[in-house]
Write a protein that binds this ligand. Sequence first.
Ligand code: ADP
Ligand code: MG
Length: 248
Amino acid sequence: MEKLKTIQEYAKNLNLNYLKTNAGTIIEDADLKNMSYQDLLLSILKNEIDLKNKKAQERRLKNAGFPVIKKIEDFDINFQKSITQKQINRLVEMEWIDKMYNLIFLGPPGVGKTHISIALGYKAVEAGYKVSFVTMSDLMHVLKTQEISRKSKGKINKILSSSLVIIDELGYLPISREEANLFFQLISALHEQASLIITSNKGLDEWSELLGDPALTTAILDRITFRCQLFNMNGKSYRLEHRKSLFE
Ligand code: ADP
Ligand code: MG
């Protein structure tokens, strides 16, 4: 009993959480199964690593800041025909993140831009990448308040240290000159450091109007589209087609 306590204390000291919580049952189990010392050690270390990875993934998922969870498996490519199964298969392999390619999803509301972005972000989290999801309006807020708010600064630092940054809904709200400048600085900082996913209801040709300054827009587009895959998602709104009524 005394020894078990010491094992638990040592395990705690070494951050061996699996051993700390399960020391008693591990020993009983090993006795019961007549495990070899080698198998016992193997099993403990394997479980420790699995637990550590699981915890890290949970942390990455929380830090990603997805507003909801969307899965790639639930994305109906028969409804959204501008993306093929072959393209999805390639995208979930995550090579595009290793090569720091950007993805742009353009299209009207309800065609699945946010769904596919979150779903790919979720896959990236599963694959071990650091991901940050942010809407354009939240991004503008944190960029403008980073000097006065520790929370905003923290969010910016999270974004800057991510391998994939998802910026959702560019184009829904007007952007001031100052905001366009801050956006440019962020895009420059992320350029060739991280992959971006950007969704927008506006075509690239309309971004100039959106961001005010044509020179700035060119500079931003230059960086974003340097290595980039663009998806024009057209068609009907999934929301409207699958509208649920309370009184049917
Ligand atoms: P957008 O961002 O283009 O406005 P969303 O991604 O928010 O559209 O999609 C609206 C809703 O419809 C979401 O609940 C989303 O899960 C669903 N949806 C859109 N397209 C698809 C699709 N092709 N397959 C399955 N669900 C979809
Ligand atoms: Mg959306």
